[in-house]
Design a protein around this ligand. Structure first.
Ligand code: BGC
Length: 875
């Protein structure tokens, strides 16, 4: 069996609006032959389906190319808005050959071709969303129609009374003065002969007012091309009206007056003479460009787990899961009745909702009934973070099916799965996943509920790797890197949040994600493009930080290892600082400069810029020396105040000289023991603590920390009803900063994959072309099952301990080689399937797919090609 699957362009399936000059085409290969190697590939790309079908590649015929690559750049330049059909053939060296099915993509239709202007409306309905409409005529057989649009803050596109797509909260947010993302839709099926109506609903979103820009391009069978655009010349043909979303804002919620909802507002033939004309208004200033990431959609619908009535006429729905989004309701009642929904993460004793921790956000939706029929509604221009919703004004008693929680999220694909014999670990894994799903609204956000919801760079120092294991966030992160770059100034300074709304400028030096995210995308996907695109910006940031040093140290720090345990398990008082007073800010900032310099050096190395790589490696070493000179405490044998955070960050970032390694590690173990095997770390150093313990051989300690059930721990959150991660290790519900849906403490999520399943990309095997599998077989765990979708295909690791024998299954995708470390005592025996592959401290019988075996300390390292392997070893 030989099969080609998962054809992608720019890592997306049949995307529209591809902006890259040389789009990357990729595929995966499935074969049941172990150690399968793709010998050659052959791509055909054509502008018409029929041409490709008949093998006439008018765009590109690569010819048969020797090589195992599965990501290839299209050298040809397709025209604007053009569709490209492509397929690929793969051959092995034994005469096997197979063609893929067909895939396609369409290129960007750039703004310069739109002939469109920004439309808006000055004034009459402050706070209200707007409806725009434009009637036009279609005469003749339509071959193809595309709608390109860029409405800010958020827009919904309609044609002839129907939604054009199920995207929500679109377009992705950005610094609108710098760039604005455009959508592209295939719309020929929505058109009809004669009169048609294009409609746009516009809401404030993150822009704070409404602007729309649209270009509809209709190609007829007879070769005619007609356009319908928001052009100033024909502006008088665009009409505008107040939308029934008469008040709407991100934090405040939406008031929807269904009495104003003319359902035919965008239906042909409907009279809208009273509508005023839309007006030409200035745009936000940024360049419109096609979006390069997946849109946001409703990802899950959920009915309430329970409904209660804490007071007469007041209902509370408990969805049993904290999440981001809104509630879709179905209701029947009198015209003009107001149903008000108040969203919250916790309840008061009396069963009503507690909104104290939401700060200025009102998080309230109001639906004013039209009356008569059953009405169904969900908001379009807001979202909330909630587990509970309190309903005032419901006519009668709501049924469970009348209230549906809709989870809204950027459509990232799932990448990983993890399960183990320990239920607490499984619950922690799910806690992390659910938190991420609530916090990807086109940026990696800190929280979904209070008046904040920002893309904090410091949090991403800890989250990024976990995101890469659980989901495929690469397009979202590539877009977010543009957000960071847009906020960067000419001095190289980046900002605490991107797009920049909040926090400091320059950012806290812990913002290593500017380098780390492109690096992770490179190591996990083999994708160098982001490294190239962001290189100058990353370098300018490192240079800026290096220039900030005084006496060799970066002293400035705002957050450092933010929000460590406060020392008591319940609500910290309002105003209580979550800054880690035990870990000096300068220590964290200086360590992060060193780490960033080393990342930059590695990146320069990958890009072949040797002298720059050497320069930043030298900077790393220089800063490491200064770090040691300033923070090493000889008497204590540790760093700073010799706490967990300081020792862990020094170890993780490679700042500890060889001769201090053992004592620093020993010291860290003691700090963990002294805390009765609990963590004392904040958002940043929690990751480094678990990693440093495992890297120095004490995964058992990391597991003990992870499995705690009392304060401070993930188990403590779960024991207290958490369904998403908390912002603080304490249980808090008051006004003090305490979000209940905050991903920054979730770095344990990547630790599970990296150490318990043992799946780690090899330093020289970018894109998982090489990876290691070194599962830690620890007391208290009987089995682990994990999988990871990579650019090459699925990796699977499943181990189980049964009667003194370790059973280990490893699946290696085509295009990858695995280095599997199998625990094996001296003179032990290892089998693969029926073959005894290791015996008497030497390789035994050969088995298909195995490349080599050698002893590496307490493990035997087995190198394999692709395939599914089943090992057994005596423990
Ligand atoms: C955000 C955090 C962030 C912190 C400090 C808070 O307001 O919610 O996620 O880490 O500020 O930067």
């Amino acid at each position: 069996m030989l099969k080609i699957t998962n054809l992608r362009c720019e890592y997306l399936r049949n995307p529209l609006g591809v902006r890259a000059l040389h789009p990357r085409l990729s595929w995966q290969v499935e074969s049941n032959q172990r150690g399968f190697v793709q010998q050659s590939w052959h791509i055909l790309a054509a502008t018409e389906h029929e041409l490709l079908d008949s093998g006439r590649a008018d765009l590109w015929d690569s010819g048969l190319v020797q090589g195992a690559e599965q990501v290839v750049e299209l050298p040809a330049l397709p025209g604007d808005g053009e569709r490209v059909w492509w397929k690929v053939e793969v051959r092995d060296n034994e005469g096997g050959a197979v063609w893929s099915g067909e895939a396609w993509f369409e290129t960007e239709f750039p703004e310069k071709n739109w002939e469109a202007d920004w439309l808006g409306f000055p004034g009459n309905w402050p706070g209200s969303a707007l409806r725009f409409r434009k009637a036009f005529t279609v005469k003749g057989k339509v071959k193809r129609a595309r709608l390109y649009a860029a409405g800010v803050g958020w827009n919904e596109l309609w044609l002839n009374g129907r939604r054009v797509s199920d995207r929500v909260l679109d377009p992705p947010q950005s610094d609108y003065a710098k760039r604005i993302y455009a959508s592209a839709d295939i719309v020929e099926k929505l058109l009809r002969q004669g009169e048609n109506v294009l409609g746009v609903r516009g809401g404030y979103g993150w822009y704070g007012t409404v602007r729309i820009k649209a270009h509809l391009r209709i190609e007829y069978e007879d070769g005619r091309v007609e356009t319908v655009t928001s052009n100033a010349n024909v502006i008088n043909n665009w009409q505008v009206a107040q939308d029934p979303a008469i008040l709407q804002s991100v934090y405040g919620g939406e008031v929807f007056d269904a009495r104003l909802d003319d359902q035919f507002w965008c239906t042909p033939g409907h009279s809208t003479e009273s509508w005023p004309r839309a007006q030409y208004m200035g745009g936000p200033g940024g360049k419109v460009e096609s979006t390069i990431m997946q849109p946001m959609r409703v990802r899950r619908n959920m009915l309430p787990a329970a409904l209660s009535q804490p007071k007469p006429g007041v209902w509370v729905a408990d969805f049993g899961q904290n999440q981001a989004g809104w509630v879709r309701l179905r209701v029947r009642g009198d015209r003009g009745r107001r149903v008000v929904l108040h969203f919250a993460e916790s309840l008061y004793e009396d069963g009503t909702v507690n909104q104290e921790n939401l700060h200025r956000a009102e998080v309230m939706d109001t639906y004013i009934l039209k009356g008569g029929e059953i009405e169904q509604w969900e908001p379009s221009f807001t979202y909330h973070g909630f587990r509970y919703v309190q309903i005032d004004g419901w006519p009668g008693e709501p049924g469970r099916e009348d209230l549906v929680a809709c989870l809204v999220c950027t459509e990232v694909e799932d990448a990983g799965s993890f399960a183990s014999s320990n239920e607490l670990l499984n619950r922690i894994h799910e806690l992390v996943r659910q938190t991420e799903l609530s916090n990807l609204p086109s940026i990696p956000a800190d929280c979904p509920q209070r008046a904040e919801r920002m893309g904090w760079l410091n949090d991403m120092a800890a989250r990024s790797e976990e995101l890469m294991y659980n989901f495929a966030p690469d397009r979202l992160l590539a877009k977010w890197m543009a957000d960071i770059a847009d906020a960067q100034d000419e001095l190289g300074r980046i900002t605490d949040t991107a797009p920049f709304h909040w926090g400091a400028h320059p950012a806290d030096p812990v913002s290593v994600c500017y380098l780390l995210d492109p690096w992770l995308i490179y190591t996990h996907m083999g994708d160098k493009r982001l490294l190239e695109e962001r290189f100058q910006g990353m370098r300018a940031w490192v240079d800026f930080l290096a220039g900030e040093r005084q006496d060799g140290l970066v002293h400035y720090s705002y957050w450092g290892d933010w929000s460590p345990p406060a020392g008591r398990p319940v609500s910290p008082p309002e105003g209580d600082s979550p800054i880690n007073s035990e870990t000096p800010g300068a220590l964290v900032s200086t360590a992060c400069l060193a780490y960033s310099a080393r990342l930059l050096s590695q990146i320069a190395g990958v890009l072949g810029r040797k002298s720059i790589a050497a320069k930043y490696m030298a900077l790393f070493e220089e800063v490491a020396l200064e770090f040691n000179a300033a923070f090493w405490d000889e008497a204590a044998g540790g760093y700073g105040k010799n706490n967990q955070s300081a020792n862990a960050i020094a170890l993780y970032m490679g700042l500890v000289p060889e001769d201090r390694l053992l004592s620093t590690a020993e010291n860290l173990y003691q700090r963990v023991e002294e805390a009765d095997f609990h963590l004392k770390t904040g958002n940043i150093c929690t990751k480094y603590l678990l990693e440093a313990l495992s890297q120095t051989g004490r995964s058992d300690l990391a597991l003990r920390i992870a499995l705690q059930k009392d304060y401070p721990s993930w188990g403590y959150m779960l024991a207290n009803g958490a369904t998403t991660l908390w912002e603080r290790w304490e249980k808090a519900t008051g006004r003090a900063m305490n979000s209940h849906n905050h991903p920054m403490m979730g770095s344990v999520g990547s630790w599970l994959y990296r150490w318990l399943a043992g799946i780690r990309v090899h330093p020289a095997g970018a894109g998982f072309s090489r990876f290691s599998v070194n599962p830690e077989i620890l007391d208290g765990l009987d089995w682990v099952k994990a999988s990871l979708e990579t650019v090459k295909g699925r990796i699977r690791v499943e181990w189980e301990r049964r009667k003194g024998t370790l059973h280990l299954l490893v699946e290696v995708p085509v295009g990858s080689q695995a280095e599997i470390g199998i625990p094996c005592a001296g003179w032990g025996v290892i089998r693969e399937g029926r073959a005894c592959i290791w015996k008497d401290e030497a390789p035994g019988r050969p088995a298909a797919g195995l490349i080599s075996l050698e002893r590496m300390g307490p493990r035997v390292r087995v190198r394999t090609g692709s395939g599914v392997y089943r090992f057994q070893a005596e423990l």
